[in-house]
Unconditional design. Structure first.
Length: 361
């Protein structure tokens, strides 16, 4: 039989003319069937089935093996950042991850800004450039506005023009691209629930982003999605394309209060899709050693088996980190984030982030 482990050690290799189902693919890859279902839905390179009964598609084993070899060479990781409370360092964490992934770990990164506050966008390209793009309709707001237009009206969103390449004011960061946000997303989100269903009910308000960007995702090693501080339709669009998510949070009661709600909603949403969106971890931000409440909260988070893992690098509260939210040109990440341990903490956090993400792949 194809893909069955013999003696719990090695799988039997399928012959070129043999066929496998989803279970067989999972066995060949050494992953769960849920992971294979995710690949099939999200990776356009995944082989088409030679027969597709509703409950059990069948694939040619040789094509699956070729796909697995290609996948081993390159696989994009899509991770959302989310917290239901604003002001917790979510955007700062996302920007830092993107910049360190690029400059320190040589990763190709796409940042998708879904937060209508546009803070991440202005940090990476500056307010002047953002205003120009916004005036031209070259932001993600246009993508969602198109879904609200009558079917006979032409779409206005242009992925090529909206995608901003090689962003960041830091000279050594040169592999970060951006899909910018807009303040118009505030109004759009409230209207998406009533969008036209389309012919044969083909339109899904939570699937708009996936359809728009799936053609470019394989160009990157990491895609970071900065979600708004809510669990509305725009946030669900970000989660729809994500393999996992992180929760940046200040270690206090108010900032961590909504974490179980995030877990429950994401799990329910993933279940409705028949997929898995993994809990990568909690990132502690604006950490201060002096208040006992911070350390007590961290201990509570770390000791709660129902919560995601807490990354061991705590991002400190520091003036230079707060200043990093401004669009100011610097030569290096050390200059931007600070020489008094901040740079080392961000680098350590990024390294741990990579390890955790690769574990869920």
């Amino acid at each position: 039989m194809n893909g069955i482990h013999v003696g719990g050690v090695l799988p039997v290799v399928a012959e070129p003319d043999e066929f496998v189902g989803l279970f067989g693919v999972a066995e060949m890859a050494g992953v769960s069937r849920t992971a294979v279902a995710n690949w099939r839905n999200r990776d356009r390179r995944f082989p088409a089935p030679i027969a597709d009964p509703r409950s059990s598609p069948v694939f040619q084993a040789a094509r699956i093996r070729r796909y697995l070899k290609q996948r081993k060479k390159h696989m994009v990781h899509v991770i959302s950042t989310i917290n239901l409370k604003g002001g917790v360092g979510k955007t700062t964490t996302t920007v830092a991850l993107a910049e360190f992934l690029s400059a320190e770990f040589s990763k190709r990164v796409l940042v998708i800004d879904l937060d209508p506050q546009t803070n991440l966008t202005t940090v990476l390209i500056g307010e002047e450039r953002w205003k120009s793009l916004n005036d031209e309709g070259q932001t993600l707001a246009t993508l969602f506005k198109d879904a609200l237009r009558p079917e006979d009206e032409a779409a206005h969103f242009d992925l090529r023009k909206t995608l901003q390449r090689r962003v960041s004011p830091v000279s050594e960061v040169w592999q970060v691209d951006l899909l910018p946000s807009s303040l118009d997303l505030i109004d759009v989100q409230d209207r998406l629930a009533s969008m036209p269903s389309g012919r044969f009910f083909s339109n899904n308000p939570t699937d708009l982003l996936r359809k728009a960007v799936k053609s470019i995702l394989d160009d990157y090693d990491y895609v970071l999605v900065d979600c708004p501080p809510n669990l509305g339709i725009v946030t669900l669009n970000g989660l729809r394309i994500s393999d996992g998510y992180i929760i940046p949070t200040i270690p206090d009661v108010l900032s961590t209060y909504g974490i179980p709600q995030i877990q429950q909603r994401v799990k329910a949403f993933a279940h409705s899709l028949g997929e898995e969106i993994a809990e990568v971890g909690i990132v502690v931000t604006k950490y201060r050693k002096a208040p006992t409440v911070h350390m007590n909260t961290i201990r509570r988070l770390e000791n709660d088996p129902e919560l995601p893992a807490v990354l061991s690098s705590y991002i400190p509260e520091a003036n230079q980190i707060a200043a990093s939210a401004e669009f100011v040109g610097t030569g290096t990440l050390r200059q931007k984030y600070g020489y008094q341990g901040q740079y080392d903490t961000f680098r350590s956090m990024t390294k741990e982030f990579i390890e955790l993400v690769e574990e869920i792949a």
